[in-house]
Design a protein around this ligand. Sequence first.
Ligand SMILES: [Fe+2]
Length: 322
Amino acid sequence: MLGGLAPPAGRLAPGQLRAVTSGLAARRGLWADLVVRDPDVRWYLPLHRSNSCDVWLVAWERGQDTDWHDHGGSSGSFAVAEGCLAEQYRAPGGRRIARRRLAASEAAAFGPAHVHDVGHGGGGPATSIHAYSPPLMAMTYYGATEYGLIAREMVAVDGPEGGARGRGGAGTALAAASASAARLISGSLPAGAPGIDELLAEARSGLARLRPEAAFAALTDGAALVDIRPLEQRIAEGEVPGAIIIGRNVLEWRLDPRSEARIPALARADAQIIVMCSEGYASTLAAATLRRIGLREATDLDGGFQAWKAAGLPARPAQPPR
Ligand SMILES: [Fe+2]
């Protein structure tokens, strides 16, 4: 497909990726009859994948955009073949947001730290060619907050520029590569090692977990809500007034009654600790560990902060770091 535009192995620099995307964008005969216009969701098609890079064809309709994301450490480039795209990106070395519009036959290239939000730039339908090196594996999405861009979630890639739909699913080279990587990894695990699902089920079997309303009642009865989410997540999601914030990385040291770094009011065998995270998964493992070190009343919030907020219980924007 690439006709010698890119070497089959090795990491490509942004300038080399730009040569790939610009070169392909100019060769309409290679892809023009493949494009599908979908007003509901961005459409894409994988054109090429090697050890050095992957290349995608993307179609954009008015109003479609990607949301803020990075490229999991890959460099990249996109060239506009038809129509116009608008890009917002984090300017190097700062919080400043820069903007640019790319018309047909223009291309952008970026290094591994690039964070951007790309969208349809107005006018008629747009078509673009995207290339990444190394091939895209994962992307992190960001929320735009008053503190700047805050990482929200990391997702395994099933298409370029995320969240779109196309023919990148089952049966493609990308799906085969992911499956073979998973087999390689699981084949080297020690026999009997529990997976995270088993670990979670085991931890839950020993906990009387609390739904938000029951947790709220327990708080008025003297229980303590311990929020273990990182600052970035609290800023993006909000927090519970009165919750005690203890980072997951220091939790056991703060709550073990034998620890020199303990919080005396909480580090007691009979303390009613309710651990809270975002969705109620990490909090289960944390609560189970607290029970192991002797806090026999420790449990966690079923559904986490998300369920708490959905239940209409008290929440507020996160307080700035002091
Ligand atoms: Fe991107």
